[in-house]
Design a protein around this ligand. Structure first.
Ligand SMILES: Cc1cc2nc3c(=O)[nH]c(=O)nc-3n(C[C@H](O)[C@H](O)[C@H](O)COP(=O)(O)OP(=O)(O)OC[C@H]3O[C@@H](n4cnc5c(N)ncnc54)[C@H](O)[C@@H]3O)c2cc1C
Length: 459
C-alpha cells in the first residue's frame, strides 16, 4: 500500500544521479511513491560532469583528427585550430538537451523531486532544509568526487576533470596524473586538440584494470600518436608559478606543463551525511551492501559509485532498477558485476566484459584464449585502425571474457556482453551470421576461429 502523508513515501532516495534517478523512475513505474532528493542537478556526475560531456569532447577530438588526416583518404582537408568556445557550446548543448529531457521524464511520473542537500537523520528519514522525508525504504545514491593526492591542492592550473571540462583554451603542454580510464580519455582529447601530452602512471601499465594485452596495444597506439607516458613512476609534487606548473617525479625528473590534470580516481560521497550514525557499515568511505544492494540496516539500500565496484553510470542504472524491483517484491535476479560492460572512449577505444586472461587463469581450471587481429577485418581496414579482439573461454566451455581495442570498437560491446552473460559457447556465436563489412564481423570471426573454423584469420 502506498503512503499518503505529504512527507511519507514508499522510497526516499538521496542523490539524483544515474543510480538514484533510475531507481526513482522504475519505482514510479511500479506504482510506488518516491521522493528524490538532489542538491545539485538532476542527472548527477554522468550527465553534467562525466560520461556525456567527456564523450562530446572525444567526438570533437575525432572530428579534429579527421580534418588532420583527410589526405590519407584522398580528401584534401586542413586542420586549422580548435575553438574551445565552439566546442563548449556543442558539448553544453548536448548536456542541456538531455537534462531537459530527464527533467521532463521525472516530472511526468509520480516522483517528488526535492531540491536541496539531504542528510540521513534516522534509519528511515532524510532531512532536507528542515523537512523530514520518511521512507518505508531509503536508497543512498550520493555518488563520488574526484580525488587528489595528499598535499596536491586543486587550484589554478592544477585541475581535476571537473574543471578541465570547462577550459576556454587548449593548453600547450598537459601532464595527466593517472593512466586509468579518465586519464587516458582526457589525454586522447588533449592530443587531438593539439596539446603536447604526458601521462604519469604509478602502476606498471596504462588502463591497468584491463587485460594486459589491451594495455600493451593502447601503449603502442599512444606512442604512435606521440602521447608520451611513463608507467611505474611515482609523482612526488607540483608547484605553480604564474601559469606554469612544475611536476616532480620520485625519479628526480621534473616536467613543465601548462595544465596538470589530476585523474587519480574517485572517492565516495558519504562523509557527514549521517550514514554511520544510522548504523550503516562504511569501509574506507564506501557503503557496504550485499548482492541485493541492501546495507546492514534493514530498509536502507545503496547504489552507484558509493558501493565498492565498477564506477560506471550503467552499473548505477542497473542497481537503481534492481532496488526498485526488489522493494516492489519482484525478486529480480542479482547483478553479475563481471557481466557489466566497460568501455574506455580514448582513440583507439577499448571495450571489455568478463574476466581478463589473468583473472580467468585464477578462477577456472583450464582456459583457452584467441586473438583476432583487426588486420583481417574489412571495416577496420577502411577506418585505418589497428587492434584486436581477444576471447577468453573456459576449456571446452563458454566464453568468459571479451577484450577489444580499435577505433569505434566500443559499439561492439553490446554483443560481447550478451555472449558473456548468456554463457555462449564459441560455436553458439559462430553459427550466427555477422553483417559484412562491419567491425561487428570481427567478433563473429573471432568466435568462428575459436570454434575451430576460422575464415579471414591468419594463424
Ligand atoms: C570524467 C568522467 C567521465 C566518466 N565517463 C563515464 C562513461 O563514459 N561511462 C560510464 O558509465 N561512466 C562514466 N563515468 C562515471 C559515472 O559518471 C558514474 O559512475 C555515475 O555518475 C555514478 O552514478 P551515481 O548515481 O552513483 O552518482 P552521481 O552521478 O555522482 O550522482 C550522485 C548525486 O547525488 C547528489 N548528492 C550527493 N550528496 C547529496 C546530498 N547530501 N543531498 C542531495 N544530493 C546529494 C549529487 O549532487 C549527485 O547529483 C565518468 C565519470 C567521470 C568523472
Amino acid at each position: 500500500m502506498s503512503a499518503t502523508d505529504a512527507n511519507s513515501f514508499d522510497i526516499v532516495i538521496l542523490g539524483g544521479g544515474s543510480g538514484g534517478y533510475a531507481c526513482a523512475l522504475r519505482a514510479a513505474e511500479l506504482g510506488l511513491t518516491v521522493a528524490l532528493v538532489e542538491k545539485g542537478k538532476l542527472g548527477g556526475t554522468c550527465l553534467h560532469m562525466g560520461c556525456i560531456p567527456t564523450k562530446a569532447l572525444l567526438h570533437a577530438a575525432e572530428v579534429a583528427d579527421t580534418a588532420r588526416e583527410g589526405e590519407q583518404f584522398g580528401v584534401k582537408t586542413t586542420f586549422e585550430s580548435v575553438d574551445m568556445s565552439g566546442v563548449n557550446a556543442y558539448k553544453n548543448g548536448v548536456v542541456e538537451r538531455l537534462y531537459k529531457g530527464l527533467q521532463g521524464l521525472v516530472k511526468s511520473k509520480s516522483i517528488e523531486l526535492v531540491e536541496g542537500e539531504g542528510r540521513l537523520v534516522a534509519k528511515n528519514t532524510v532531512e532536507v532544509a528542515g523537512r523530514q522525508l520518511v521512507g518505508k525504504n531509503v536508497v543512498l545514491a550520493t555518488g563520488s568526487y574526484a580525488k587528489s593526492l595528499p598535499g596536491l591542492d586543486i587550484a589554478g592550473k592544477i585541475m581535476t576533470s571537473e574543471q578541465a571540462l570547462f577550459l576556454d583554451h587548449v593548453p600547450a603542454r598537459v601532464v595527466v596524473l593517472g593512466g586509468g580510464v579518465i586519464g587516458v580519455e582526457f589525454a586522447s582529447v588533449f592530443k587531438s586538440f593539439g596539446s603536447e601530452v604526458t601521462i604519469i602512471e604509478a602502476l606498471p601499465r596504462l588502463v591497468a584494470a584491463e587485460d594486459e594485452a589491451i594495455s600493451k596495444q593502447l601503449e603502442r597506439a599512444f606512442r604512435k600518436r606521440k602521447i608520451s607516458f611513463q608507467t611505474g613512476v611515482k609523482f612526488s609534487g607540483a608547484t605553480q608559478s604564474g601559469d606554469v606548473v612544475q611536476v616532480s617525479l620520485e625519479s628526480g625528473e621534473t616536467i613543465e606543463a601548462d595544465l596538470l590534470l589530476v585523474a587519480v580516481g574517485r572517492g565516495p560521497v558519504t562523509a557527514g551525511l549521517g550514514y554511520e550514525e544510522a548504523g550503516v557499515t562504511i569501509d574506507r568511505g564506501f557503503v557496504l551492501t550485499n548482492e541485493r544492494c541492501q546495507t546492514n540496516v534493514d530498509g536502507i539500500y545503496a547504489v552507484g559509485d558509493i558501493v565498492p565496484g565498477l564506477q560506471l553510470a550503467h552499473r548505477g542504472f542497473g542497481q537503481g532498477i534492481f532496488v526498485a524491483e526488489q522493494i516492489a517484491g519482484l525478486n529480480p535476479p542479482v547483478i553479475d558485476e563481471m557481466g557489466i560492460p566497460r568501455v574506455t572512449y580514448c582513440e583507439p577505444e577499448i571495450a571489455s566484459v568478463g574476466y581478463t586472461e589473468t583473472q580467468a587463469r585464477e578462477k577456472f581450471a583450464e582456459i583457452e584464449t584467441y586473438d583476432y587481429n583487426l588486420g583481417g577485418n574489412g571495416k577496420s581496414q577502411i577506418l585505418a585502425t589497428q587492434g584486436f579482439i581477444k576471447l577468453v573461454r573456459q576449456k571446452d566451455g563458454p566464453v568468459v571474457g571479451v577484450h577489444m581495442i580499435g577505433a569505434r570498437i566500443g559499439e561492439q560491446v553490446g554483443e560481447a556482453q550478451l555472449i558473456y552473460n548468456w554463457e555462449a559457447l564459441p560455436s553458439d556465436v559462430a553459427q550466427l551470421i555477422h553483417a559484412h563489412p562491419t567491425q561487428n564481423e570481427a567478433l563473429g570471426e573471432a568466435h568462428l576461429a575459436l570454434a575451430g573454423k576460422p575464415l579471414h584469420a591468419h594463424a
